[in-house]
Design a protein around this ligand. Sequence first.
Ligand SMILES: *Cc1c(COP(=O)(O)O)cnc(C)c1O
Length: 234
Amino acid sequence: MPATHSRIAENYHAVLKRLESACARSGRQIDAVTLIAVTKYARMEWVRSLIRLGVRDLGESRPQQLEERVPLVAEPVRWHLIGHLQRNKVRRVLPLVDTIQSVDSLRLLMRIEKTAAELSMRPRLLLEVNVAGEPSKDGFSPHELATHWNEVLSCKNVAVHGLMTMAPRAADAESTRPVFRHLRELRDRLVSVSPESIRLTELSMGMSRDFDVAIEEQATMIRIGSELFAGLNA
Ligand SMILES: *Cc1c(COP(=O)(O)O)cnc(C)c1O
């Protein structure tokens, strides 16, 4: 449907404009930030529109929908799992994704480590941190991650590339800034107690309503859903 495609194009370009302004404000290069289109509520036709527009990073939050969609896309896209993964689905998900961004517990990490060894893979992972300590959200607490850091470092079959967080829903984006800053400072602290090879370069933070602030706080990946599909009915 051309009307749908042009609406998505308009939305996408508006998001890119915000991304560019945030980079300009914070003295960052635009290619330092990867836009991940979150397609969990999008129709497949909308996903195709985004791919036509040049989007190559797609985020799904449910392993089942991810599994259904991966074979439907012929273009070389990178799929990111951004939602909770049960340990019994690790084996099925690993071959499908570029990155699992939502590694939210040591038990899950250990299962991925074991399965990756069996499959002779070295998956890219981000560790999800529940910075604000919201009971409704998954993720490591900052304290837990620091305490168990040596166990994370002992995993040799995975590549931990950084941290991911979801800020609490707030009335204004500005009030989420401390959460993003906290994630960055946690990353810096973990890097300082890690071997040289552990750089944790990726900070996946910022969604439709707050990604401008996340970019100012050094996000390298932003995860955008609703803003790309504004004005469309699922
Ligand atoms: C849905 C979702 C997003 C996208 O949120 P929007 O507000 O729709 O941009 C980002 N990250 C995660 C983990 C999500 O589940």
